[in-house]
Design a protein around this ligand. Structure first.
Ligand SMILES: Nc1nc2c(ncn2[C@@H]2O[C@H](COP(=O)(O)OP(=O)(O)OP(=O)(O)O)[C@@H](O)[C@H]2O)c(=O)[nH]1
Ligand SMILES: [Mg+2]
Ligand SMILES: [Zn+2]
Ligand SMILES: [Zn+2]
Length: 458
């Protein structure tokens, strides 16, 4: 194929080569490579085993013995199957040439959307991911005619064992996330296929590969760890930054003064410092050194655990009424909620104001949200009932909307405005019209009278 391109006119050859040799980003090591560079791993249990140094490096293991790996034979287009040079058996296991992790079977086929969940220790990131995925699978699936399916066994197992089972089956809180420096499992993403279909005939209209990355709060205390262990932050198409209102000094003081009965967690790392690190990292990694230019990655600033501060937010009932969204991202509702949360952050005083300013100065696209994964405060390490989430889907849908995966109701709002305005304009025009006609008739009458008078004098 590569050879044939040489005989085609230069432009067309280049175009075909680019089309047939697209690039992909590995969801494990984040290297960008050509699809034709993807390698294979033999699946035959009886074939030779060999030391896999690249995979061992990724897993920080001393040595790993695995089935043999070998390059693809095609130089362009996506090769889905290859024959092991030793045992001659066919294999469909495709691996990243850099880190040797098994790649999602549909890599490069659909748009890839990666979301990074960040925030200080114990802000509620893991509980949020657990409840969000369940909410997408159940609620969003119905209101959006969508389907979220784990892409492989690893995702299915990881979600069930680390997120779903403790919360939904054993009714326990999820363990703190271990540092990716000591546990490579933390770096393993949850990868899903998200499909949307038509209500009428269930025809698939849109497919994306959706990847979620949980972060260990402690890894965000050090920029070097973030650069090496949390590469997804600067490779993601959306950032969800969680802020725990219970870790904010001013809010804790109000809660104490009102004798509100909640277990207050430790006051962890300042969110402001985390944003500073994230900004520096993204700027360095993407070469965005011009401080006048803003970061394009959309960032959702999310107040977690809003259930615990209900008493100091009591007038804001809207915050506690989940929105159905009904097949689109509801912009009007999001703006209302955003204002409530922004005001709340602003009211902390100096540090809250500084945080809002930092986000606005550095990010082109940002929005404020309020959510609760559990709906109530856990008792120590147990929860009383099934999670009763509040508004967990809002930031997620906003990021999908920003990535053009779903639509907002902005067009509908504009259309309504236009219709309303058209009605007003028509009314004004008909009034003006009437006046013009009246005026013409009167002027006509006057001219007729004048002519009459003029001719009678002749
Ligand atoms: N009231 C309330 N508490 C919550 C909620 N979600 C989580 N929590 C509490 O917050 C604690 C920390 O939540 P995690 O999800 O483990 O926090 P994390 O951000 O993943 O923490 P690290 O893994 O250490 O970075 C939990 O053990 C719960 O006690 C919520 O929606 N409401
Ligand atoms: Mg966690
Ligand atoms: Zn890789
Ligand atoms: Zn083999």
């Amino acid at each position: 194929m590569k050879f044939l391109h040489r005989f085609l006119p230069k432009g067309i050859g280049k175009l075909i080569f680019r089309f047939t040799n697209k690039k992909f980003i590995c969801p494990f090591c984040f290297n960008k490579r050509l699809l034709s560079e993807i390698e294979f791993r033999c699946e035959n249990e009886n074939c030779f085993l060999e030391e896999d140094k690249k995979l061992a490096d990724f897993q920080k293991a001393t040595a790993i013995r695995m089935n043999k790996t070998f390059p693809a034979t095609a130089t362009s287009s996506i090769q889905k199957e290859a024959q092991c040079p030793d045992c001659k058996q066919n294999t469909t296991t495709r691996i990243c040439p850099e880190c040797h992790n098994t790649l999602p079977f549909n890599i490069g086929k659909y748009p890839e959307v990666m979301f990074a969940f960040i925030g200080a220790k114990e802000t509620g990131k893991s509980h949020y991911i657990a409840v969000l995925i369940n909410t997408i699978e159940t609620k969003i699936a119905t209101t959006f005619n969508a389907d979220l399916s784990p892409l492989d066994e690893n995702t299915q197992k990881k979600y069930r064992e680390e997120f779903y089972s403790p919360l939904y089956q054993r009714k326990e809180v999820i363990n703190i996330t271990k540092s990716a420096r000591t546990d490579y499992n933390t770096r393993m993403p949850l990868i899903y296929t998200l499909k949307f279909s038509k209500k009428s005939n269930k025809k698939i209209t849109n497919v994306s590969t959706l990847t979620f990355f949980d972060t260990a709060g402690e890894d965000l205390n050090d920029e070097e760890t973030m650069r090496t262990e949390n590469k997804y932050i600067f490779n993601s198409q959306g950032i969800i930054l969680l802020i725990d209102p219970l870790q904010i000094h001013e809010i804790r003081e109000v809660l104490k003064s009102k004798n509100v009965n909640v277990n207050l967690p430790k006051e962890n790392e300042e969110t402001k410092d985390i944003i500073n690190r994230v900004v520096r990292l993204i700027r360095k990694a993407t070469g965005l050194t011009d401080e006048k230019r803003k970061i394009k990655t959309p960032i959702a600033i999310v107040f977690s655990k809003i259930d615990a501060i209900k008493e100091i937010l009591e007038d804001n009932t809207e915050l506690f009424n989940s929105n159905e969204h009904n097949g689109y991202f509801d912009i009007k509702d999001a703006n209302n909620i955003g204002k409530i949360i922004e005001t709340c952050i602003n009211d902390w005083g100096g540090s809250g104001k500084a945080l809002i300013n930092k986000v606005k100065v550095n990010f082109k696209s940002y929005a404020f949200f309020g959510i609760s994964a559990l709906g109530s405060n856990p008792h120590g390490t147990t929860i009383n009932e099934q999670p009763q989430p509040i508004r967990v889907e809002d930031p997620f849908l906003w990021l999908l909307y920003k990535n053009k995966v779903i639509n907002s109701n902005q067009k509908m709002i504009l259309y309504e405005k236009f219709r309303y305005n058209t009605k007003e304009v028509t009314e004004v025009l008909s009034l003006v019209g009437k006046k013009v006609i009246e005026w013409s008739i009167n002027t006509g009458k006057l001219i007729a009278q004048l002519l009459n008078y003029f001719f009678s004098k002749l």
